[in-house]
Design a protein around this ligand. Structure first.
Ligand code: NAG
Length: 666
């Protein structure tokens, strides 16, 4: 460019920047922050006539973790805060139906769904701890309130009519009349998990994702419009009724007799396993979020949203697992590199998934994998804290993504194992104050000084082209196969995402060891398990991994680690039982039943509601209640079977679906 052109172009660019910063023209500014927290509209000056501050030049976007307050170790701050928040939440829970209904209306503005009293009785009888904490259900169904009920039903039907890797369930007259797809254990577990409350559910067709990988991404503009329509039109219409009808509408249009799925001639799900998915996954992120950066250098993680102190301990797990803040995941996370399975749709389809990435619109539900205890905890093999070794332990295989052309270097498990074992310097914190006025500063030390603390290795290499498998066997120290129950020998256990959520998390939490979790995938339990009170969250980047372990094995943190392990175990035994999953699932299916009901604005529960009748309308009076056709296995049966399977299967520590996946892709 010649100088004149340069000046002209520069001038033009300057004018454009001024205009944009003055008017801050944004895209259709629906605030998604309340459904997928964290994306505040930056448009602070729209519409009023207040004087505007002069435009300031943008400073380069280079966020750092928040500074940590002094006085105690940053982790101790986080633990105290988490415990305080948990106590407050516990104390605020509704004591009775009246309070629960009032709390529901306060939070969501609409009446609770029909049969809410039946659900409440069920939850009370099962001694559920946090009886008001179900925001995730409301948030994930909110976009569906932006669609017509008939549209959602038609999409479920469409999805089930094609070979879309789904497990389909039809509910008619309070029982499961048809179930198809998936392995036998999954059918049994999914049906079993709803067996106790089927009679309170309306007729509907449900689509359960057979893949571990989530699969519904709605572009930001569409999702915004759906949420807007939900919140500004359809939910307000439902909120008008102070005394709604406490019954689902009978015979929803378009549902068949519930004995089969009718064939669809086409599918909107595109299948591209083993290919990059970042561009698709970030589609629902706000245009001004780091994940949507247009240039490579704009793709910087906003660590300030979740990291604290020089090492970046995680103070906000929701923000950390929000991929819209963390474009670095595009080249550090297996799912975005080459997922093992990927069937993706960009229209809002009602797909129930066991775990998902933040930007996806799948509906989370408690994993039947857990309900069925596919990875069990055998207390007789566990031991007291004092008898355990002071080590940070993990074994597992190279799941996370499929590796081709050296792609394993971009996958999270490989990166974790490599980083925690790497030679060279590591950062730790040292106390430069005294006992009462601690001052923790960063220090670089040889990582080798702490080698004895770390026992993190692969026990298997898989999901790779032959060349990549060979390269990984060469690069990593692969230790032999171990039993899941061997983990209890160690005080500090790592749990890390594989192809999706790691299926052993609950077994770990129930053990007497302290659990550290590295996860991007989200699960149904998010509101019931509190990071720092019930497990130690680890950051994506990992500057603090070693320090977390070092502190909890050192004099200053030892006692605290033991206390936390006990607290974690007690809580897991209260909120992750079969009963808890059933209660959560019951509430989810009542909510889903309402959002697909043509008269959803007129139905719901209030204290004046007429008592509900079970959904067994065709049953003549006096006849015994219809029972779920698929027999619910009793808990002991399930456990026994899961155990038998665990004995038979060589890799009980595998991620959910790994057997199927390996067969599928071997
Ligand atoms: C955590 O992050 C989420 C998402 O950014 C945000 O909505 C929430 O308010 C944050 N919570 C806290 C306690 O900072």
């Amino acid at each position: 460019m010649r100088p004149r052109q340069l000046i002209l172009t520069g001038g033009l660019v300057f004018i454009v920047i001024c205009v944009v910063s003055i008017f801050r023209i944004g895209p259709d500014g629906t605030d998604l922050s309340s459904i997928r927290p964290g994306h505040k509209s930056h448009d602070a000056y729209d519409g009023d006539n207040l004087p505007r501050p002069p435009p300031v030049a943008d400073s380069p976007f280079d966020p750092k973790p928040k500074p940590a307050p002094d006085g105690i170790h940053p982790m101790m701050h986080l633990i105290k805060d988490a415990e305080k928040a948990l106590d407050a939440t516990k104390a605020a829970q509704s004591k009775n139906l009246k309070e629960a209904v009032a709390e529901y209306r306060r939070r969501y503005g609409i009446p609770p769904p029909p049969n809410f009293d039946k659900w409440f009785d069920f939850a009370k009888a099962k001694r559920v701890q946090l009886i008001d904490e179900f925001d995730m259900i409301h948030d994930s169904l909110t976009p569906f309130w932006g669609l017509k009920p008939a549209t959602i039903r038609a999409r479920a039907k469409e999805a089930l009519g094609f070979d879309n890797a789904l497990l389909g369930i039809q509910i008619r007259n309070g029982k499961i009349t048809h179930i198809q797809g998936g392995g036998e254990w999954q059918r049994e577990a999914t049906a079993g998990m709803m067996g106790k409350f089927l009679k309170w559910l309306p007729d509907m067709d449900l689509c359960f994702n057979l893949h571990d990988e989530s699969r519904v991404v709605v572009p930001y503009e569409d999702l915004s419009r759906l949420v807007k329509r939900a919140k500004q039109v359809n939910m307000p219409a439902a909120s008008l009724h102070s005394n709604p009808r406490n019954a689902f509408t009978q015979k929803p249009k378009g549902l068949n007799d519930g004995t089969r799925f009718e064939e669809s001639k086409l599918t909107r799900f595109n299948v591209f396993a083993h290919q990059p998915t970042w561009t698709h996954s970030r589609l629902s992120c706000p245009p001004d979020s780091p994940a949507r950066g247009l240039e490579e250098e704009e793709k910087k993680d906003d660590v300030s949203k979740y990291g604290v102190g020089p090492l970046g301990f995680v103070y906000n797990v929701t923000a950390m697992s929000d991929i819209c803040y963390s474009p670095s995941l595009s080249s550090t996370f297996g799912f975005f590199d080459r997922p093992n399975a990927y069937n993706i749709v960009h229209d809002l389809f009602p797909i129930f998934s066991q775990s998902k990435i933040s930007s996806y619109s799948d509906i989370l539900y408690p994993s039947p994998w857990y309900w069925y205890e596919k990875v069990s905890y055998d207390e007789s093999k566990d031991m007291p804290w004092a008898a355990k070794e002071d080590k940070f332990y993990w074994r597992g295989s190279t799941t996370g993504g499929f590796s081709r052309n050296g792609g394993w270097r971009r996958q999270h498990r490989q990166r974790f194992v490599q980083k925690i074992n790497a030679a060279g310097g590591a950062r730790i914190l040292v106390n430069n104050g005294d006992e009462t006025h601690q001052k923790w500063d960063m220090k670089i030390v040889p990582r080798g000084d702490y080698r004895d603390l770390i026992d993190v290795y692969f026990s298997g290499i898989g999901q790779c082209d032959p060349g990549d498998c060979a390269a990984q066997k060469e690069f990593f120290t692969v230790k032999g196969h171990v039993e899941q129950q061997d983990a209890w020998k160690y005080k500090h256990l790592l749990d890390i995402d594989g192809n999706a959520f790691s299926g052993r998390f609950y077994a770990f939490l129930r053990s007497k060891s302290l659990v550290y979790k590295w996860a991007v995938f989200r699960e149904w339990h998010q509101e019931w398990l509190k990071p720092w009170a019930h497990y130690i969250p680890l950051s994506l980047r990992g500057d603090e991994w070693l320090e977390a372990v070092r502190f909890f094995t050192d004099d200053a943190g030892k006692k605290e680690a033991e206390r936390l392990a006990n607290q974690q175990r007690d809580w897991a035994n209260k909120v992750l039982r079969h009963e808890d999953m059933e209660v959560w699932f019951f509430r989810l299916l009542l909510e889903y039943g309402r959002v697909v009901d043509d008269e959803r604005a007129d139905i719901g529960f209030s204290l004046n509601s007429a008592p509900a009748t079970p959904n067994t309308d065709s049953t003549p009076e006096g006849e015994p209640e219809v029972k779920a056709e698929v027999e619910t296995a009793t808990e002991t049966e399930v456990e026994a079977e899961a155990e038998a399977e665990a004995v038979a299967a060589p890799d009980t520590g595998a991620d959910p679906g790994i057997e199927e996946v390996i067969n599928e892709h071997a």
